[in-house]
Design a protein around this ligand. Structure first.
Ligand code: AMP
Ligand code: ZN
Length: 445
């Protein structure tokens, strides 16, 4: 799976994170269903924007982008996004890009313009426009575009290699193609094929990447290899602010850091951004973020509550029926093009019904741990409850039991002390007597 990563010229905004969170959910669901996922996410560290940014700050390009790469890794960690297997940086793969462009030149699909830049002739690739449904206008054929991004919904010859100009300053490579730098689109073709082969399964990105970026990736890769580039394209819709795409150039954006500085929980942000179906647009609002926080807290409190169940009750099979129903509903919805809305609705129905049983003390300790186990399993997909919280609750429970056993021993109540020791053993906890008192650790599984 290849996902177009951030352009590291600034902090990513939460619209970008909507894309990365959708991809995280997709990946986690594929893994849940038993697929072995090899995930490549590139870091665009050379393009018009990064060059401009480094010049404005008067620092070398690598130093400038390093700062935002580091920030990006901090942000995805805060959002509990699973790391990709590799994060290739475009500037480390220029020779692969040069090789690809040379192949396109040899096949007469690319051509050199007067200034030494190299362009892709879209009229030479009959399938051009298939992904984005853009029409190739014969009259416009040969019209060229040298910027990396262009909004115009029409096909134009796009740049593969940009000959050096004064504006590029000290950013250039001396190669067989001349002195210059790669265009943006060729970066993703070269890096994806380098790691995943000439044909691979899944390619993702936001809908704004469909044209021209992904259309151009297909054209470059398929013309060079003669093989199908990607089997499945998945594009997430935009996060909007007051009806408009959240974007840097519109100034209507929040970075993750903006929201964390206001005191918002990063996991509530994660929940908000991933809980709408990826092919639907949705508006960012602070009310939405507040309800995301309540939803996350409801789940966390539920898991804590399960840990507090101390036996006695018995649901007479109700819990088993409810867990089976949840597993089927959640799984069935996620299999249906990641229908997260329905999956979450079934989860909250389940939480409500189990809470009712808990209120009536109708749940046994083993049923509670079965439900807890299911919650942990679902959380491997959702990533919102968090192991830490449960571990903390568990640690507190164990500490309390150890202290209770110590008190029983002091009172020479050997029977109770032994009982607690066996209960702990059943939970996989081993006690050891040390000079500093009793310590415990988890049995190695
Ligand atoms: P960029 O750093 O601009 O290359 O974008 C990184 C990813 O974020 C790409 O997959 C974009 O399509 C995606 N993206 C950009 N803006 C938004 C938005 N407002 N909502 C959702 N995804 C977005
Ligand atoms: Zn890309």
């Amino acid at each position: 799976m290849y996902t177009c990563g951030p352009t590291v010229y600034d902090y990513a905004h939460i619209g970008n994170f909507r894309a990365f969170l959708f991809e995280d959910l997709l990946k986690r669901w594929l893994m849940r269903r038993g697929f072995k996922v090899m995930h490549v996410m590139n870091l665009t560290d050379i393009d018009d924007k990064t060059i401009k940014g480094s010049q404005n700050q008067q620092v070398p390009l690598r130093q400038f982008t390093d700062f935002y790469v580091k920030a990006f890794f901090e942000d995805i960690k805060a959002l509990n996004i699973l790391p990709a297997d590799v994060y290739p940086r475009a500037t480390d793969f220029v020779s692969e890009m040069v090789t690809l462009i040379k192949t396109l030149l040899t096949k007469d699909i690319a051509y050199k313009s007067e200034d030494g830049s190299i362009y892709y002739a879209v009229c030479k690739f009959p399938n051009y426009g298939k992904l984005s449904k853009i029409k190739v206008n014969e009259l416009k054929a040969g019209a060229r575009v040298s910027q990396d991004e262009y909004d115009k919904e029409e096909a134009q010859d796009f740049v593969l290699w940009k000959a050096w100009t004064r504006e590029d300053g000290d950013v250039f490579w001396e190669t067989e193609l001349g002195k210059g730098r790669p265009g943006w689109h060729i970066e993703c073709s070269a890096m994806s094929m380098k790691y995943l082969g000439e044909t691979f399964d899944i390619h993702c990105g936001g809908v704004d990447n469909m044209f021209p970026h992904h259309e151009n990736e297909i054209a470059q890769s398929e013309a060079a290899t003669g093989k199908k580039f990607v089997d499945y394209w998945l594009h997430n819709e935009h996060l909007l602010v007051e009806g408009k795409k959240m974007a840097k150039r519109l100034g209507n954006f929040y970075t993750l850091r903006d929201l964390l500085a206001k005191g918002y929980d990063p996991i509530a942000i994660r929940y908000l951004l991933m809980s709408t179906h990826y092919r639907q647009q949705f508006n960012f609002t602070f009310e939405g973020l507040d309800s995301a926080k309540s939803a996350v807290d409801r789940l966390r409190n539920f898991v804590r509550r399960l840990h507090d169940v101390d036996g006695g009750g018995d649901s007479k099979g109700k819990v088993a029926t409810l867990t089976a129903k949840l597993e089927a509903c959640f799984g069935g919805s996620m299999d249906e093009d990641l229908d997260i809305g329905t999956a979450l609705a079934s989860l909250f129905d389940f939480v409500r019904e189990i809470n009712n049983l808990l209120d009536s003390k109708m749940i046994s300790k083993s049923e509670a741990s079965e439900v807890g186990g299911l919650m942990m399993m679902l959380d491997e997909v959702l990533g919102i409850i968090g192991k830490v919280e449960v571990e903390e609750a568990l640690t507190a429970d164990i500490d309390a039991m150890v202290q209770k056993r110590e008190a029983a021993r002091k009172a020479k109540n050997w029977k109770e002390a032994d009982e607690i020791r066996s209960q702990l053993k059943a939970m996989g906890i081993v006690l050891e007597d040390t000079a500093q008192g009793v310590r415990w650790h988890k049995e190695k599984s």
